[in-house]
Write a new protein. Structure first.
Length: 484
């Protein structure tokens, strides 16, 4: 923040304004890219791999952060200044921007190539013919009076649509016969005959599992001529259609011949239910707490613990303490990323050992306790302990909300109706949860600076870390009691 005194007004040089604008662009890119990248991963991958892919992405992010934080330990500004004869801070800034530019352009091209490949794959899948099951039978029956009059002839045909009358003589039913592949078709569709003849059924199938077959059969029913043979043929294949006597068409069978309406298309679940709303609210407070300690802990170390003076002239005690504070903060950042990396590696085992919800509360509780000790003692040792506990906490922030959103969305889809989980729905929920990151960044960045300047206390952001995490834990705990 910029302090304004009563005697003179602080001004920001043009280079400072350009630096602020550049940082804003970088921050927007990270805030938007982080949730969108996770949503892209979920939308174009099988649901069984969502959790594994999210954890893997977080592991790679932690490895990159570890490598970049090591630059602070080796004092890169002094190396650049001694090697190239330029200002160390400016040289480091140019070096970091060059690395970021190369990474962003490379992965932007990779994203475009991935999208084109997925589009081609989707087109190929649509044009591929799906295997079908064909059932053909060739049968001949001796038809007689007994075939029509026998009251034991079963009515196996289940009508699909209402009957159509033609001059009061014939009724045409469009019926659906559902049968299993491995079921004996001959025993299922048995027709009593006075003089039975051998009957053969030819079945060609592409799957050995039990499947349901829908056959459409047009059954003419003659009330005038009971002895007239009824044979339906199509493509050289003959099918004998059983005739049902009028005596069997009564109230009992009329109930079976009622019109069936086709099921309506399944309703799509809404993007949010109670558990998702709770998850988004809890994630917002957790992210704000994470920002409070990640962005402002180095400020607390240099000014609060070392008592440094950032505006002191070079070589003065205040400037020496300031540089020592920055070196300590850089080392603490390395400890944080080491903890973050190993927490990501053990993420799956931790979830299996404690469960997702319990592990989340444990990580939140640890960071609250460690941050409170750091504020009360204001010692370097407490700072390193807080940085070590920050690793598991950040792992939860960047993985657990997306994993739980994935699980909750699957449950919503199953509650609405059967069918595969729509990855697009999961991706949308993931993107909405990820929007908490940039929104909270805006709130924290616009409030913490003025609060520090107004109170003159550099520990205000860390105090909010304790308060925000406590609120997040209370909100998140309600997920143990709310099931839908």
């Amino acid at each position: 923040s910029i302090s304004l005194s009563s005697t003179k007004e602080a001004t920001i040089p043009l280079a400072g304004i350009l630096g602020i604008l550049g940082f804003i662009c970088l921050d927007i890119g990270f805030d938007l890219g982080n949730p969108m990248c996770r949503a892209f991963i979920i939308e174009h991958s099988p649901s069984s791999q969502h959790t594994h892919l999210l954890i893997t992405a977080t592991q790679l992010a932690s490895l990159a952060g570890l490598l970049m934080s090591l630059l602070g330990v080796f004092d890169l500004p002094e190396v650049i200044e001694a090697t190239f004869g330029v200002d160390g801070t400016s040289g480091t800034f140019i070096f970091m921007l060059t690395v970021i530019l190369i990474i962003v352009v490379s992965f932007f091209l990779c994203s475009i190539w991935t999208g084109i490949s997925l589009r081609k794959t989707a087109i190929c899948i649509k044009t591929t013919k799906t295997p079908s099951i064909k059932v053909s039978r060739s049968s001949e029956h001796m038809r007689g009076e007994k075939d029509v009059a026998d009251d034991k002839a079963p009515l196996l045909l289940k009508p699909k649509q209402s009957a159509n009358h033609n001059n009061g003589i014939y009724m045409s039913f469009e019926c659906t016969l559902s049968s299993a592949i491995d079921t004996d078709i001959e025993s299922t569709l048995s027709l009593p005959n006075s003089e039975p003849q051998p009957e053969s059924h030819t079945l060609s199938q592409s799957h050995s599992l039990l499947e349901s077959i829908d056959e459409t059969v047009n059954t003419p029913l003659s009330f005038a001529d009971k002895e007239a043979p009824v044979v339906s043929s199509s493509g050289g294949e003959k099918e004998v259609i059983p005739r049902i006597p009028s005596s069997q068409i009564g109230d009992k069978n009329a109930g079976d011949c009622r019109t069936e309406t086709s099921p309506s298309s399944p309703k799509k679940p809404s993007l949010f239910n109670k558990r998702l709303v709770i998850l988004v609210a809890s994630s917002a407070f957790s992210v704000s707490s994470l920002i409070g300690i990640v962005m402002y802990s180095s400020n607390a170390v240099t000014l609060g613990i070392y008592g440094a003076n950032p505006t002191a002239e070079l070589g003065t005690p205040g400037n020496i303490r300031y540089r020592r504070g920055l070196r300590t903060a850089a080392l603490g950042n390395v400890v944080f990323y080491i903890s973050y990396f190993f927490s990501c590696l053990l993420n799956n085992k931790s979830y299996k050992l404690f469960g997702e919800k319990v592990y989340n509360l444990i990580c939140h509780g640890l960071i609250v306790f460690a941050t409170a000790i750091m504020i009360l003692t204001q010692r370097v040792e407490a700072y390193f302990v807080a940085m070590a506990t920050l690793g598991p906490f950040r792992t939860c922030i960047f993985t657990l909300p997306y994993v739980l959103a994935n699980q909750f969305t699957k449950v919503m889809v199953k509650m609405v109706g059967e069918g595969p989980v729509d990855s697009t729905q999961v991706g949308r929920v993931t993107a909405i949860i990820g929007c908490a990151l940039p929104c909270v960044y805006v709130v924290m960045s616009s409030t913490m600076g003025p609060l520090i300047d107004a109170t003159g206390n550099v520990w205000v952001p860390l105090v909010w870390t304790c308060i925000g995490n406590s609120i997040s834990m209370v909100i998140f705990s309600t997920l143990f009691f709310i099931k839908d």
